[in-house]
Design a protein around this ligand. Structure first.
Ligand SMILES: [Zn+2]
Length: 947
């Protein structure tokens, strides 16, 4: 009896003789067999690697790996390729499954599919022969979100089915198909979720989708080690899982890519083609094929009495999903199974949907889609071939378009861009002579009739093999139909909802803050393949100082890494020229005299520069000619080593926590602590001089008091988005206000804004200034406007405008080029903007970055009123750069601050209205943030003398 009880309890994985036996088992809910064919006994059944029957519970990443590696030895129908290792060291596998004879010629198959993709050099006869020979190729990928587990369990069953099945239909499929299975796309996230399943397991099965066993806990299993959503990373390619995967998929050019997810627990199953908005760069043939696959899949579900739907919330504008493959000619197919932990979920109709059934849905979908592919592969190849020819044809919509990234000193950032483009096999060129072009589209939206492309620009003609993805990644605006905008506006007004599922702007040059233009012609003359100039490590042991260029983002890491090694480092806050070297604002210098006890300082400088592949120069003289800064003056500021903490855990946005953590590890590689917010009331905060508060909404009054006291003692507090809302609310910690609380002082805010705008003007009335008589005709900026809005009018407008806030669009921001927070930033910076707190600063706080580009508009001879602010005569303001920014939202955020900085006691508070490190890819705003993190302790606080 005891033995029997033990076995029963074992099956729920809990070992204690003091617990009651459950009254029922979830494994009894669903009696269907997932694997019901005739199988070869030489291949181990998946149950052998699990301590349960396949589909009944969640296989761990370790169990999946063990099965794969064992099967690789047992089967001649499968070749395993490890394409990446996760941050936590777990392997990611792609399994190439086909007949042994196909597997023997994998290289030839790969060569042939790439020949078929060559629309330029492969002729029609050759293409026909290739199509005839090629097997169908499928890429089947599962569980990219770690807590959406059923896909990977279905993958395990599918792998076994294909390598062990004796039935003729399967053997025929393998003769004609290459099935590449990517069974587990996010092993770290799955391991985290599997651990929480283990952690929250009780004796009885739990069918309540609100319980911890179903939800897991912060930061949840969806994301990878650094809390990145891997299904938003496919064009940004920041994570190792994505890097290995994208490279391999692009080598193989599969015909379909299945991406199996899960969605809300009370939902059913979703698949099939998306609804509008659909990115216009996707070949419409793929939508046609999507319907063919969905019809077959739907029939299979109907037969089994399983409910499903297509379309609805599934749109396809953003190119960074797994569906990036659709820009390369591969059909993307999404599965969304209702999500449940392994016990199953109770539903309103009174039934319980079991985990095993959800695995079965994914398994059947896999089998049906593969059969549909087998039947239609040749016709799909013909469409693919047509598409590839179109991409390089002179009649395509891409034929007369070239993207140009203008020359930049920010080599580190340019390298990142180039790497992302090269992942997509995009050909890159450089011009060796200036090129005159007409009707150039600028990032601001303005058209320049005549433009000379400077030597050394990065030139990307759109007419090339990968034309659609080039356009998707680089065109400033993704085209959205008017009918979509109408629906969106109706949804915004009706109930504050949106029909847009992700950001509406994503082009890489704005993401990276790199100025670029679009030229309406195919540029081909005077180009050579892109290559970088050599990195110079010009280290003279006896130099007075060594310097790296502040325009390069990697200069921040250079400073941070040296400071961590105990080196005293300075930064130049005004550009100068020393010993014939041009040193830009923000350049980092290491002085021998600051570090009298560092032996071999020059070797350390060289080592760090080589680590970062960053050019460094040696300087013999500290004299800057004429008015340029010299080394002993006020422009050579001593930095202070940042000692960084990131507040973390429950209540914070895990993406924003994760990306802040990742950016320090990835961009800087310095020590820092993530600390649990729940301990800040008693933690010793003196260990840190820089505290980052990621976006969230959970700062209590007591938290704020403690942090304020810490700031006053000399700390640098950096906060993002949701936490900025908390810090600038009624019981805020500084002078910055949110717009809706500022209308009683609108005039004052505007006067301080005009001060800032006029401080940039280089026009004065010279005669009037030198006149002796008092001028009674002076015009004051706030008096010249006729129409002023009352506080009530401003409040009403604000309520209405706030209904239309963007959800991921680029707006132009002007950067204060005298402020240290903007080192390395262009004057106009594209900022990814969403429903962020709209920040107001007056003379008590600084706006290092403000929304809106002030432009000259000579025909505009009146002061314009824009809500609380005024635009001087002769000027205008540009806001929208890319994506959906309703005019009402543009009015609301115009002239508000994106980054503020204010002094408090001996310390400072730096607020980012948004999330500056979004997806590890908004490198323009990421640089502002890195400046804050690394330079804040030295530049914005009172210097501390250690006596
Ligand atoms: Zn998902």
């Amino acid at each position: 009896m005891l033995k029997l009880l033990l076995i029963t309890i074992l099956s729920t994985n809990l070992l204690s003789s003091t617990l009651m036996e459950p009254t029922s088992f979830s494994k009894d809910l669903y009696k269907e067999n997932i694997l019901d064919g005739s199988y070869n006994d030489d291949i181990d059944h998946p149950n052998k690697f699990l301590d349960f029957k396949i589909g009944e519970r969640v296989a761990t990443p370790e169990q999946i790996s063990e099965a794969i590696l064992s099967w690789a030895n047992q089967s001649n129908r499968m070749i395993v390729k490890e394409y990446a290792k996760s941050h936590e060291g777990r392997p990611l596998y792609a399994l190439f499954i086909s007949s042994p004879s196909n597997l023997a010629k994998l290289d030839e198959i790969k060569k042939n599919v790439n020949l078929l993709a060559d629309g330029e050099n492969t002729n029609a006869n050759k293409a026909r022969a290739l199509i005839n020979d090629l097997p169908a190729i499928a890429w089947m990928a599962y569980s990219i979100h770690g807590n959406e587990t059923s896909g990977a369990d279905a993958a395990l069953a599918s792998i076994y089915h294909f390598i062990a099945s004796n039935d003729e239909e399967t053997i025929d499929m393998l003769d004609n198909m290459l099935i590449i299975i990517d069974p587990l796309m996010n092993p770290d996230g799955r391991a985290r979720f599997a651990k929480s399943l283990e952690q929250y397991r009780g004796t009885a099965p739990n069918y309540d989708d609100q319980s911890l066993i179903h939800t897991g806990d912060w930061p949840y299993g969806r994301t990878n080690h650094y809390f990145f959503d891997l299904n938003r990373d496919w064009i940004y390619v920041t994570q190792p899982e994505t890097r290995g995967r994208v490279e391999l998929i692009n080598e193989w050019k599969p015909q379909i890519l299945v991406d199996a997810h899960e969605m809300g627990p009370q939902d059913t199953f979703m698949t099939g083609p998306p609804r509008e908005p659909i990115n216009k760069n996707i070949d419409r043939d793929l939508i046609k094929w999507g319907n063919v696959f969905a019809q077959d899949q739907g029939n299979a579900f109907d037969e089994r009495n399983w409910r499903f739907y297509t379309g609805e919330w599934h749109e396809d504008l953003y190119p960074g999903y797994s569906f990036y493959v659709q820009f390369r000619g591969t059909l993307g197919i999404l599965y969304e199974q209702s999500r449940m932990a392994e016990d199953g979920v109770k539903r309103p109709e009174g039934t319980i949907q079991s985990y095993k059934e959800s695995v079965h849905h994914q398994y059947v979908s896999t089998m049906v889609n593969l059969k549909t592919l087998k039947e239609n592969s040749k016709a799909m190849y013909r469409d693919f071939w047509e598409g590839r020819k179109y991409n390089v044809s002179k009649d395509s919509k891409y034929a007369n378009q070239t993207f140009v990234i203008l020359p930049t000193e920010n080599i580190g950032r340019l390298k990142t861009l180039i790497e992302k483009l090269q992942f997509q096999d995009i050909e890159l060129y450089k011009n060796n002579k200036p090129i005159l072009v007409k009707n150039v589209l600028k990032q601001s939206g303005d058209i320049d009739d005549n433009f000379s492309i400077p030597v050394g620009s990065l030139i990307i003609p759109n007419r090339q093999a990968e034309a659609p993805i080039i356009a998707a990644m680089l065109e400033f605006d993704a085209e959205i139909d008017e009918s979509v905008l109408v629906k969106e506006k109706q949804a915004n007004l009706r109930d504050g909802s949106s029909i847009m599922y992700d950001t509406t702007a994503f082009n890489l040059t704005m993401m990276y803050g790199l100025p670029s233009i679009t030229v309406p012609e195919n540029i081909t003359n005077n180009l050579s393949p892109w290559e970088f100039n050599q990195t110079n490590y010009e280290i003279d042991k006896d130099a007075l100082m060594w310097s790296v260029d502040g325009n390069d983002d990697r200069s921040v890491a250079f400073a941070a890494r040296l400071m961590e090694l105990g080196v005293e480092v300075r930064i130049i806050n005004k550009s100068t020229s020393l010993s014939g070297h041009e040193l830009s604002r923000g350049s980092v210098v290491v002085l021998g005299m600051d570090n009298p006890f560092m032996t071999d300082l020059h070797m350390l400088v060289e080592k760090i520069a080589r680590n970062l592949e960053l050019s460094v120069v040696s300087i013999e003289s500290g004299f800057g000619p004429e008015e340029l800064p010299d080394w002993g003056g006020e422009h050579f500021n001593l930095l202070e080593r940042p000692k960084v903490a990131i507040l973390s855990h429950e209540g914070f946005n895990s993406y924003d926590v994760g990306v802040s953590w990742w950016s320090i590890d990835h961009h800087l590689g310095i020590r820092h602590s993530q600390i649990n917010k729940s301990i800040i009331n008693y933690a010793d905060l003196r260990r840190y001089n820089t505290i980052i508060i990621p976006s969230g909404g959970s700062l209590s009054k007591n938290n704020k008091t403690i942090l304020t006291d810490w700031v006053k003692q000399g700390g640098t507090l950096i906060a993002h988005n949701g936490s900025v809302r908390a810090l600038t609310s009624e019981e805020g910690v500084g002078n910055v206000k949110q717009i809706q609380n500022s209308f009683d002082k609108s005039n004052n805010f505007n006067i301080d804004l005009q001060r800032e705008i006029y401080a940039l003007s280089d026009e004065i009335d010279y005669e009037s200034v030198l006149g002796n008589k008092v001028n009674t005709e002076i015009s004051y900026p706030w008096e010249t406007s006729k129409k002023k809005l009352s506080q009530k009018e401003l409040e009403d407008r604000d309520k209405w405008q706030s209904l239309f806030m963007p959800s991921g669009s680029f707006v132009g921001a002007r950067t204060d080029q005298k402020h240290w927070l903007t080192f390395g930033s262009t004057e106009i910076l594209p900022v990814l903007y969403s429903n962020y707190p709209v920040l107001m600063t007056d003379k008590n706080s600084q706006a290092a970055v403000r929304i809106g580009e002030i432009i000259d508009s000579p025909e505009n001879n009146e002061v314009k009123v824009l809500n609380w602010s005024t635009i001087p005569s002769g000027k205008d303001i540009n806001i929208r750069m890319s994506g959906l920014v309703w005019p009402e939202a543009a009015q609301r955020i115009a002239n508000s601050a994106y980054v503020t900085r204010e002094r408090l006691g001996s310390g400072q508070i730096i607020l980012f209205s948004g999330e500056p490190n979004f997806r590890g890819s908004t490198l323009g705003t990421n640089r502002l943030w890195l400046n804050a993190v690394v330079y804040g302790a030295g530049l914005g606080t009172s210097k501390k003398l250690n006596l």
